[in-house]
Design a protein around this ligand. Structure first.
Ligand SMILES: Nc1ncnc2c1ncn2[C@@H]1O[C@H](COP(=O)(O)OP(=O)(O)OP(=O)(O)O)[C@@H](O)[C@H]1O
Ligand SMILES: [Mg+2]
Length: 281
């Protein structure tokens, strides 16, 4: 067992016990992207709650606020960013033996969907996954970046570990729908990031409510403000509540992020809140 390890079942310990100190000590931590000023993981425990949608739209909103933004699709098994931005394999060019990020709506993006046929299943295990993730960081000409956004897969698995080993992740944004079923897993995701000293930037409550065409009433399909209440309890910042609207879903299908128009400023407000917390006066 590694001396003083705090991570439950961490790779440094064979016992799988919970211990009480802060970083798995035998894991090597690197920062493969020193040109990024702020690195932000978009995480959730549960799948399908809207991480990629939040990551894509917040990236566009930050660009519209005038920042240099990079967006890495760290979900090598279920990439979404190439589809959400309408980018393809042929869009990746090479300069000085490194890949150029694919720029769309002002955001520099990279996704395994730009490198491997999206129709083919990715059958990779640990070391290959780690190498795919690190190559998309260090073999890409990211250049200077103000905010580097990581669209993470669900859960607390190998990819998350690869990311925290390869980058100095400063912040995590947790995305959750309002119901307990999603919040259970968010707690675990937050716990994992806190164990490796990543600060919680805040919570985005996604699919908070639905407003139908025939009445102006808010319908709380997944419960009323569960993630908001959780943020309040834990003293985490509530970065925003995003309604369930067909235009957001369609923006993904049509490969133009909703934040490009952002009629109700929903993602602009989230991005503004994030920037305020990261740059306190
Ligand atoms: N606020 C919203 N209103 C309507 N549809 C939404 C909203 N947020 C996300 N969606 C839709 O929900 C689906 C899941 O979203 P998304 O892919 O962003 O989730 P995810 O958490 O990244 O999923 P995964 O865990 O598989 O990576 C997508 O079809 C997306 O368009
Ligand atoms: Mg996703």
């Amino acid at each position: 067992m590694a001396d003083g390890c705090s991570t439950e079942g961490c790779s440094s310990c064979s016992s799988g016990e919970t211990h009480s100190h802060s970083k798995p000590s035998q894991v090597e931590y690197k920062n493969l992207l020193p040109t990024a000023k702020n690195i932000i993981g978009i995480a959730s425990g549960k799948g399908g709650v809207g991480k990629s949608t939040v990551a894509a739209n917040v990236a566009v909103a930050l660009t519209k606020l005038g920042y240099k933004v990079g967006l890495l699709d760290a979900d090598v098994f279920g990439p979404s960013i190439s589809k959400m931005f309408g980018t393809k394999i042929g869009d990746v060019t090479v300069t000085d033996k490194k890949m150029d990020p694919v720029e769309m709506h002002g955001v520099k993006t990279m996704s395994i969907g730009n490198l491997v046929d999206p129709e083919r299943a990715t059958i990779w295990r640990g070391p290959l996954v780690h190498s795919a993730v690190t190559q998309m960081i260090s073999d890409v000409n990211w250049g200077d970046i103000d905010y580097f956004i990581l669209d993470l897969p669900p859960g607390t698995g190998d990819i998350q570990l690869s990311i925290v080993q390869s980058l100095k992740v400063d912040w995590v944004v947790a995305v959750s729908t309002p119901q307990e079923m999603s919040l259970i897993d968010v707690r675990k995701a937050i716990d994992m990031f806190q164990k490796v000293n990543v600060k919680v930037l805040g919570i985005v409550e996604n699919m908070s409510y639905f407003v139908c065409d025939s009445c102006d009433k808010k319908h709380y399909i997944f419960g009323d403000s569960g993630a908001k209440k959780y943020a309040e309890q834990k003293n985490f910042e509530l970065l925003g509540q995003v309604p369930l609207i067909d235009k957001i879903m369609n923006s993904g299908e049509e490969s133009v992020p909703y934040a490009v128009t952002d009629e109700d400023h929903v993602y602009e407000n989230i991005a503004t809140n994030m920037v305020k917390i990261m740059n306190p006066k």
